[in-house]
Each structure stands twice: as C-alpha cells, then as structure tokens.
Design a protein around this ligand. Sequence first.
Ligand code: ARG
Length: 294
Amino acid sequence: MKKMLKNYFMLAAALTMVMAMLCGCSNDATTNVDNGNDITTNVDDGNDTATNVNDSDDIATNVGNNFGTFTTVTDGKLIMATNAYFPPYEYYEGDAIVGIDAEVAQAIADKLGLELEIQDMEFGSIITAVQTGKVDMGLAGMTVTEERLQNVDFTTSYATGIQSIIVPEGSEITSVDDLAGHIIGVQLSTTGDIYATDEFGADYVEQYNKGADAVLALTQGKLDAVIIDNQPALSFVAANEGLIILDTEYAIEDYAACISKNNTDLMNAVNTALEELIADGTIQEILDKYITAE
Ligand code: ARG
C-alpha cells in the first residue's frame, strides 16, 4: 500500500507537470518573475511588435504602386535631414524651410504617400543622422563623393553643383591658380572645405558653420576668398555689396539624396519616385522655379 501510494503521488506529479507544460500557465509566470532578463526581453519584444505593426501599415499603403515595401523611421513619415542655410536649395522663409530640396522631398513624399518632416542640423551631422537611423534621408545640395559613399548610399542625381570662388571686387585673385597662400573661407564639412584643405592646407582654410558667415567674414576683410557651391554663391553675392564670383569652375559635382546602406527598400522606393519625377519634368520645373538661367 505504501508503494502504491508513492506511485500515485508520482503519477499525480507527472500529470501536473504535463498539464502545466500543455497549458503554459502558472509555472511560466513563475519563471518570468524569477528571471528579470526575460521580463526585459519581453518589454523589448513589445516594442518590436509595435514596430512591426507600423511596418505593416507601410506595406498596406504601398500596395498597388511601383514603390514596393519599405520602412521609414516613423510610420507614415519621410524624415529628411538638411542644413537650411544653403539658398536656393534650402533656406528659411519665416519658420518654414523652403527651396529646391524641400520641394523635391515633398514631391517624393507625395508619391510614396508619406508626410514630409524636415529636420535642420549642421551639414556635418547629416550623414551620421542617416547612418544611425535617426532620419530617413539627407537632402542638402549634397555632393556625391567617394568618401561619403563609404558611409551612405546616394540616389540618382537630381541636380548639378559647381564649386565657385567668391572674392572682393578688385581682388588680386583672378583664378584658382592665384588661391595658394591666401585665406579661404568655407562651410564646415562641405566639399569646398575638403578640396581647399587638401589643396592649400588647413592653415589657409577658415571653416564656418554657415556659408553666409564665411561670406560675411569676406566682406569684413577677414578672408581673401570663399569657396562654395555656385547657387548659394550667387545668392550671397546678390545679398552683399562689393563681391564677385570668379569665372572659373573649381569643381563640377552631382547632388543626390543619401539614404542608409541598411535601408535598400527605402532607397529603391525613393529612387523610383525620383526617377519618375525626373522623367515627367517635375524636377526640372522645381529647379527652374529657383534658378534663373544666366
Ligand atoms: N555640395 C556641397 C557638399 O556636398 C555643399 C552642400 C552644403 N549644403 C547645405 N545644405 N549646407 O559638400
């Protein structure tokens, strides 16, 4: 009898375990309470689930068009990073950031069914913001360079830029060849900065956060020249007395939007949208609105 009783208990215990395993009830709860890590994992998983739910909204939005499925940082939004001191590509009109890039991005967002959000930051922070997934793309009159291509991908180019040289009227600098040994102002981290520093040495290059500040310093006689993209150069020269743009092209460049190397689906979608906008003349219309042929 003693033995039978023991067997009975063993059977009962075994049955309880099987039941518990099958219904996954109280024992599991105990496990989670005991194991803080599991709980943390579950909290994280909850976020993942939320992200996935959002992602599936994107997918739903894009059913039936050419843009495939893609994810953005915030569901339903296209977040663009720029540096809004670069007219006519981006500049402030009151509180609003307007210009060629703002309109190009709006046209892309419209095609993708997304709401455009523009974040203004230092030019040198844009690539990091894209790389680290804080924004969806950078659009900032940004030149495609080999070095940047190591960190981000670029879309099809939508515009051309030329590095120009601004000098005071009557300057002894009349061409690129005269620049050596002079103090050159640039916007920090731009191609103008990179070329000038490479070619003339950091001692001869003054970096400014905004192109306009470099131009201001030029008008105050603190600099001998400013190297900057031709379109902002034209607008800064128009806004300041006594400056001219030299008739030499320091470098000819392609502008494009940059997107994370980890988001090829978004890259494909943006590229498809952009290529459609190039093909139907929308991009040219935007450029013509801001750039008057000389
Ligand atoms: N094209 C130059 C570059 O890519 C200058 C761009 C500056 N853009 C701006 N939004 N501040 O380096």
